[in-house]
Design a protein around this ligand. Sequence first.
Ligand SMILES: Cc1cc2nc3c(=O)[nH]c(=O)nc-3n(C[C@H](O)[C@H](O)[C@H](O)COP(=O)(O)OP(=O)(O)OC[C@H]3O[C@@H](n4cnc5c(N)ncnc54)[C@H](O)[C@@H]3O)c2cc1C
Ligand code: FES
Length: 256
Amino acid sequence: MSHILKTFPVVALEKVSDAYFRLAFEAPVLAKAVQPGQFIHIKVSEGWEPFFRRPFSVYRAQDGVVEILFEAVGRGSRLLTLKKKGDTLDILGPLGTPFTLPPAGVKKIVFIAGGVGVAPFMLFSDRIKAHKAEKLLLYGGRSRAHTFPMTAFKKNGFRVLTATDDGSVGVKGRVSDLFSAVAAAPSARIYTCGPRPMMGAVQAFARGHGLWGEASCEEVMACGLGACLGCSIPTAHGYRTVCHDGPVFDLNELVF
Ligand SMILES: Cc1cc2nc3c(=O)[nH]c(=O)nc-3n(C[C@H](O)[C@H](O)[C@H](O)COP(=O)(O)OP(=O)(O)OC[C@H]3O[C@@H](n4cnc5c(N)ncnc54)[C@H](O)[C@@H]3O)c2cc1C
Ligand code: FES
């Protein structure tokens, strides 16, 4: 697939919780091309510092506008919190492999997300809102700061269950404490994204119940195009690059 490398105008930046920001920019070509699970590589400043682009999942893509949901964890993402309407963003994308859309006959679709790993699932839920399956989002966040009203997921037909480490929202505990909501559905399709230990727990759960699954991985990236091998991770078939062979992998193939 050909990539788009272009600057796009920022149309909005808002705080959706104490920890998360939503950044929107006008990019009709990109909005049309991107599939759920794919990411964009953003040059966060106009100069050479920081040198490498930063990867972000596409959170939403509609009406010609593309959005990301992000947490400010370091230099690059903090620079993104300073963007204003009218600024431009230099973007390369869409990159990487998308999630496999669930076939029509699937009875239960389960998203399991940890923290800002929820980002790719918004676009995914937009694209499958007409699917007849029971749809469930299990979300785990550290605290209230890492949660936000999941109204758009609910509008797309998802039941949302939340767990937080401190119990400030939903169940007190880990997202794995919500897995019992999935156990009764042998034909469930599981899609996960979040910290590696959480995805390891999802893999163990899916294996234990013989469930099909896919996982979107994160790794520090440089080129984003499969050239530098800097984002390689171990899989059952040897090392694979997250940017080019992933970020979406068969859950069962990952080595945690
Ligand atoms: C395919 C993909 C999709 C992503 N989607 C999102 C998203 O939708 N929203 C979001 O907030 N973040 C997302 N990330 C993570 C995001 O790219 C990093 O948070 C960002 O690059 C950090 O840049 P920084 O300059 O702010 O932090 P840095 O100063 O570079 O690093 C700050 C800290 O974060 C760690 N870190 C940096 N990059 C990553 C990474 N990729 N994975 C894990 N730890 C990292 C560093 O080791 C360091 O401890 C995604 C990453 C990948 C690979
Ligand atoms: S970042 Fe260069 S190969 Fe993935």
